[in-house]
Design a protein around this ligand. Structure first.
Ligand code: ADP
Ligand code: ZN
Length: 621
């Protein structure tokens, strides 16, 4: 009866019923004979005249048939053999004997005739049926609109909880080998639950995947399901937030039930921090009951089953620090797998995966690309390959070349080129600004190698100097941080040296500089006056985070120290640039002529040699 589901069909049925009623009762019904209403005394007079043949009495109203037509007055033209009249309430006691006496057929009807069954039914159930019909109709509409519907509340939406059977395997995941290795155990268990049960080994119920966005947490969860060949139930915790109170909880219940029926299976909860935020930490600005209930339901469900049932919950978050401690207790998400951004070898492996189906020109060196993309995570690298392929397609190439990749990296990193006209004077200022950055990148000990410098406007910047390390770095020396500040001040330093005047072009540089200097003082204990203390105020939820964990005197000292560091660095920058004024001029002139210079060209123009150092990618504007 699928067609009954469609509201249009219901309306059609309704119209048909009404039509049928009209046809049967109105059109096909026998036409009642013409009837006149006559005064009672006229009727009364007809009886002795033997003109009345039959009457029907119902209470006080009388209808009847006469032999000869009657009218309300003897002269009336409106006459008929069928008449109706009303007996006065003060009873005419002689009427009945009179009628009998003149052989009139008498029939009587009860005053309140029994209502026909269909009417009774209609009047008692009609409103209810109408209501239900309307509700059904609205529900259908809601269903098609939202996929849930009013009745569907709390029931899993088919789309949502229909398990997938991902074809993803570990071969599709690269660069996060530690995480893969840790999840291998889960795969083994899901493949052969009996083996683990027999030995009584404990398999985790919940595994928390922690890592920055785009590192492949979802991919990894899918791959676990794919490797084990089990159904994959996935849900994003963020979806629960918008639900009506109580719905999230019943969804969770439903999700777990379905997964248990399908066991062995994997439940994947993305963005767990959306509902799993700590309830104690800070002040909750929105008293979100739904969040609370959903979270509690997840906890209840996780407590309620045994991992030997074969359901394993994987959850992803990029902020494990804000999670409610109740989630991390034993028997819940007690296993934590950290998914790190990939290192150079990892990036290369990821690039290999994503270029599997992309025709590459012979000049493409994935290792070189991996080196140029520190800080890129899996999702970025996938975008990069995609962007390069699009660029190559736009140029009608058959294969994606290194040039396309370089362009794609710049686009991803710096934003698209901007077409604006700068005056010659402005171009010169920008050229000196960028040359200042580039030159200091080569001169300051510990600075990252300068890969490229350009005065082609990109994004919000008028020019860009790209510096990137030889390899990834995870620990930074004070020397390196100072080198970063000096380099970032190279633009402002060059402006001051050449024009004795500052411009607004250094805004972004100054932001970076201030941030690095502040971190040096409050986080890394690199100021002897402030001392080896960590005064950093982590951003926390609620207004409590605004409280500073240090005295006003310390605050003043911190500000002073930040300023001292930055000012020392600016002096250093100005000194180095003044000492190398001829190099600065040469570089600026080359930039004005060429717009962009790559690493080799920069070295040639300045006559400097590359430093041997390592660190994370920086882009000074
Ligand atoms: P997360 O869940 O950590 O935010 P995703 O798993 O959604 O990240 O990653 C998005 C996409 O980026 C994946 O579908 C995949 O194509 C690509 N990707 C991310 N990390 C990796 C990786 N380690 N190896 C291969 N591809 C990856
Ligand atoms: Zn700059």
């Amino acid at each position: 009866m699928d067609w009954l589901r469609r509201p249009r069909n219901w309306i059609l049925i309704g119209i048909l019923i009404v039509l049928n009623y009209v046809v049967v009762n109105v059109l096909l019904a026998p036409q009642p004979p013409k009837q006149v209403t006559i005064p009672y005394n006229v009727f009364r007079a007809q009886i002795p005249a033997d003109n009345v043949t039959s009457v029907t009495i119902q209470g006080d109203s009388i209808t009847g048939i006469t032999k000869n037509p009657v009218g309300d007055t003897p002269t009336s033209k409106n006459k008929a053999t069928h008449f109706a009249t009303v007996k006065p309430p003060f009873a005419d006691n002689e009427l009945l004997p009179l009628l009998l006496q003149h052989n009139v057929t008498i029939s009587a009807q009860p005053v309140n005739p029994p209502t026909p069954l269909w009417q009774t039914l209609l009047f008692s159930f009609g409103p209810a049926i109408l209501l239900i019909g309307g509700f059904l109709y609205l529900n259908r509409r809601a269903t098609s609109a939202a996929g849930g519907g009013v009745f569907g509340i709390g029931q899993s939406r088919a789309r949502l909880y229909d398990p997938e059977r991902p074809a993803t395997t570990f071969a599709d995941v690269a660069g996060i080998d530690d995480a893969k290795a840790e999840l291998q155990e889960i795969v083994d268990f899901l493949r052969q639950p009996q083996r683990y049960q027999r030995l009584g080994g404990t398999v985790p119920k919940g595994v928390l995947l922690i890592g920055p966005p785009g590192t492949g947490k979802t991919l990894l969860a899918r791959a676990v399901a794919g490797e084990a060949g089990v159904p994959f139930f996935s849900v994003s915790a963020a979806e629960f937030i918008e639900m009506i109170v109580g719905v999230g909880a019943s969804r969770v219940r439903d999700l777990f039930n379905k997964a248990r029926q399908a066991a062995p299976a994997i439940i994947f909860i993305d963005e767990l921090d959306a509902i799993g935020r700590s309830r104690s930490g800070g002040v909750r600005l929105s008293g979100n009951d739904e969040q609370e209930q959903t979270l509690n339901q997840i906890l209840t469900e996780m407590d309620g089953f045994d991992s030997r049932e074969g359901v394993i919950v994987l959850a992803a978050t990029n902020r494990a620090d804000v999670l409610d401690s109740a989630l991390l207790r034993p028997g819940r998400f007690d296993r934590r797998v950290v998914v790190q951004p990939p290192d150079r070898a990892g990036r290369m492996a990821i690039l290999m995966i994503h270029t599997r189906n992309v025709p590459l020109a012979p000049d493409v060196d994935l290792n070189e690309l991996a080196q140029q993309t520190p800080g890129f995570v899996g999702a970025d690298l996938r975008n990069l390959v995609n962007e390069a392929a699009l660029l190559a397609a736009r140029k009608d190439r058959d294969a994606v070349g290194m040039e396309d990749f370089s362009e794609a990296i710049e686009k991803v990193l710096l934003g698209a080129e901007r077409k604006i006209m700068l005056s010659q004077e402005d171009r010169e200022r920008v050229a000196y600004h960028e040359s200042g950055h580039a030159l200091l990148g080569l001169l300051v000990p510990g600075a990252d190698p300068v890969r490229k410098v350009t005065i082609v406007p990109r994004g919000r910047a008028l020019g860009v100097t790209v510096q990137s390390p030889v390899d990834d770095r995870f620990n930074y020396t004070e020397e390196y941080l100072r080198a970063r500040i000096v380099g970032a001040l190279g633009g402002r330093g060059a402006e001051l040296l050449v024009y004795q005047m500052a411009t607004t072009g250094a805004e972004n540089d100054l932001q970076q500089v201030t941030m690095i200097a502040r971190e040096m003082v409050v986080r890394f204990g690199m100021s002897s006056k402030v001392g080896p203390l960590n005064y950093s105020t982590e951003e926390g939820p609620g207004p409590l985070a605004l409280q500073k964990p240090f005295s006003d005197a310390t605050a003043a000292l911190i500000d002073e120290e930040i300023k001292r560091i930055v000012q020392e660095c600016l002096m250093e920058a100005e000194r180095l640039l003044a000492e190398n004024r001829s190099r600065l001029d040469a570089l600026a002139q080359a930039l004005l002529a060429e717009d962009s210079l790559d690493e080799a060209e920069i070295l040639r123009v300045t006559g400097l040699k590359p430093q041997v150092v390592t660190a994370a990618m920086t882009a000074a504007r």
